[in-house]
Ligand binder design. Sequence first.
Ligand SMILES: Cc1cc2nc3c(=O)[nH]c(=O)nc-3n(C[C@H](O)[C@H](O)[C@H](O)COP(=O)(O)O)c2cc1C
Length: 218
Amino acid sequence: MRMKKVFSGFLAMMVMGLLGQPAFASEDSSAHARTLIIYFSQPEEMKPGAVDGFSGASVLQKNTPETGSTQFIAQLIQKQTHGDLFRIETATPYPRQHDALLRVAEKEQQTKARPSLKTPHPDLSSYDTIYVGYPIWWYTMPMVIYSLFEQNDFAGKTVVPFTTHGGSRLADSLREIARMQPQAKLVTRALAISRNDISAPDVPAQVEQWVKQVQPQR
Ligand SMILES: Cc1cc2nc3c(=O)[nH]c(=O)nc-3n(C[C@H](O)[C@H](O)[C@H](O)COP(=O)(O)O)c2cc1C
């Protein structure tokens, strides 16, 4: 009898695994359980004096030196929505040195690269609302975000973009997302925060306010 119980528990776990339950446990299984925050962020090595004013190094006065600006915002969104959080990392890592990173990113854009992911992202079919975060790179989204939007189906899903930038705000990203995913419900009231404002004390409240406006209620 006991064996049977153990076995059926095991079986249930197997079935859940096969059904592709997200491996990224949500803290809240009720209101916002079907929310995913997926983002790309590339914190850079700080090298004083080596920063130009526009694309300048991702200055990290946030929580730790390892936290990128977009990552910081993604964490704030997660705290509020209790959604699942997934950080996109590319199979080939980017240089952490600013000038080298600028060059690699520029080359990727010129060659229309579609970098692959180091670890597969969660099954998007498990989510209704997907926050997608990215820094602006060379006046658009990093090419790995193009990989995400070209290689997945966001039809019917609420897509909520957020970005950090050095002056370009959302650049062309809303237009590009709409072009690649015309069937998605794209929230155009997207969040764009300058990397220079990331450490401002009112940023958490600003993000909270924004989430209240864009997060669909179930
Ligand atoms: C390769 C590269 C290209 C960039 N191009 C732009 C740009 O075209 N416009 C802009 O406003 N900021 C640009 N930036 C600045 C980043 O968007 C900004 O520092 C962002 O907050 C970095 O986010 P992260 O720390 O999450 O990676 C660029 C940064 C890098 C590294």
